[in-house]
Design a protein around this ligand. Sequence first.
Ligand code: PMP
Length: 362
Amino acid sequence: LPDDAAQIPVRVRPEIAALPAYQQGKQAGADAFKLSSNENPFDPLPGVLEAVHAATALNRYPDATAGRLRERLAERFGVEQSSVHVGAGSVSILTQLVLATSGPGDEVIFAWRSFEAYPWLAIVAGATPVQVPLTDDARHDLPAMAAAVTPRTRAIIVCSPNNPTGPIVTQAEFDAFLALVPRDVLVILDEAYAEFITDPDAVDGLRVLGTQGHPNVVALRTFSKAFGLAGLRVGYAIGHPRILDAARSTSIPLSVTAQAEVAALASLDAEDALLERVRTIAARRDALAAALRETGWRVPDAQGNFVWLPGGAETMQIAAAFDAAGLIVRPFAGEGLRISVGEEDSVEKVLSIAASVVKDLP
Ligand code: PMP
């Protein structure tokens, strides 16, 4: 096939042609631990697998609005069903929310470094990404984010706990931030890792929505992380029906499969058992972060299912050392490495490599 742009007359939007390809966390070989995508290391529960196997009507389209799951989530969180929206992973709902609010000339504000999809989906919408640096301790700088609002700002994404650095936003910080943000700007609170939080001061999107009536806030959660369904793609948003209806209007119809919906329902049935696993992962995370700090690493507060090693200029060499030891981690060149809290046996290995490479840091 010709690879010369002159021979391919189809015009791709220049901002799309300039986008780098999505970098998926590497797949691990048989004897390696994959700690690069913040996945849940536990196998699916038998009841969840059975529900997926029982959903056999593959010749039929799924329910376009995932009505049973929305009803169940509405009950679970004490909101109206119209305040719940389900999507094929929370990243698809994020995309819908940005498409619904932000177009060419509009600005989408988020912290940086944060989830790599944020600049990508702003650009896909034709909007301008506005990145506000994290503080020195790798937290959101919410006053600076509020100060970055202009008349062109249409959406702000707040990620708590922040992927990839780990810290939460506190409820008090978030309340103060909301008081500064114009009410016609959508605030997306991305809580993909909410269930792993152990800090009682963390913002809780549902509390914000429930008690203070901020119609411009949408909370975003997922079954991918704590509930271990990353492969099935199902996430949800809770917020004002008018905003969720607008998001739904931009969505690819029928993208939540029947299997994803029943697996999510079965996971809610098994919520206690799944949250017990979450507690195990959170305890493993706390032990890992504490041990890393003892070896000299400046690990920021870790409230998700991952820890952040600030590797600076040495990041890629450090990642290579992990790789050579059979530990697939997620490096961000020049900044640091994100390591998911995985299988029990991976923790000692992570610690031993981290302890050996820290000695070579300047
Ligand atoms: N938000 C954040 C902060 C994430 O880290 C991720 C996954 N890496 C997502 C959203 C998307 O998760 P999913 O689409 O699997 O629900």
